[in-house]
Design a protein. Structure first.
Length: 204
């Protein structure tokens, strides 16, 4: 994995939201978000997309990523976001978004293998590595499929903080914020609004 660049913008290393450590597809959707100074896109060019894939151990550092492959990663990200939103709203997603995910799945289909480790034999599904970039997208699409169809799907939640566009896996039913930072920001805004309301009532 590429060493951390300590001169990189701090938002590259912001704390992951719950679920990103287990589902790289969730981390992919969250690469586009908003900070106080404006919108941030961690995949804003081919080099950044390559770095993200390498950091998430989806692509070897030595393998180059071209503009077309980077574009497909962006298209997959937007398709997954649309699927997450559709799932959260309880409605079918657009056919185009579903087709984008299924296309990524088909680009490097996994082949079942028998692996033998210290714990004994187990089944391992290995993606076609002839095209590493396609394999990376296929793994992300498969990961999202596992998330949306698995036991944790009902925990998939959009952060309720105004202006936050990130998704996370809710650890308990009452949780509404992706991070404590978002929760604190909402509570501070409520307190400020309440204070202004009391000041208005008193004629200050």
């Amino acid at each position: 994995m590429r060493p951390v660049d300590h001169e990189a913008p701090v938002y590259l290393y912001q704390l992951a939201v719950p679920g990103e450590d287990r589902y790289p597809s969730l981390a992919l959707v969250n690469t586009r978000f908003t900070l106080s100074h404006g919108a941030v896109d961690l995949l804003d060019d081919t080099e950044a997309a390559h770095l993200w894939l390498v950091r998430h151990e989806l692509l070897p550092d030595r393998v180059a990523l071209n503009g077309r492959q980077s574009g497909r990663l962006l298209a997959l990200r937007e398709a997954l976001r649309t699927l997450f939103e559709a799932y959260g709203d309880g409605r079918p997603p657009p056919a185009e978004s579903l087709a984008t995910v299924n296309s990524a799945l088909a680009a490097a289909p996994s082949t079942p293998r028998l692996a033998w480790t210290a714990d004994g034999p187990r089944r391992a599904d290995e993606p076609d590595t002839g095209n590493p970039a396609a394999a990376a997208l296929s793994l992300l699409a498969e990961d999202a499929t596992d998330l949306l169809t698995g036991p944790e799907a009902d925990q998939l939640t959009a952060c309720a903080a105004q202006g936050c566009t990130r998704w996370f896996l809710r650890s308990h039913g009452a949780r509404r914020w992706c991070t404590t930072k978002c929760g604190n920001r909402v509570r501070a805004a409520r307190a400020y609004a309440a204070k202004r309301g009391r000041a208005g009532e008193s004629g200050e």
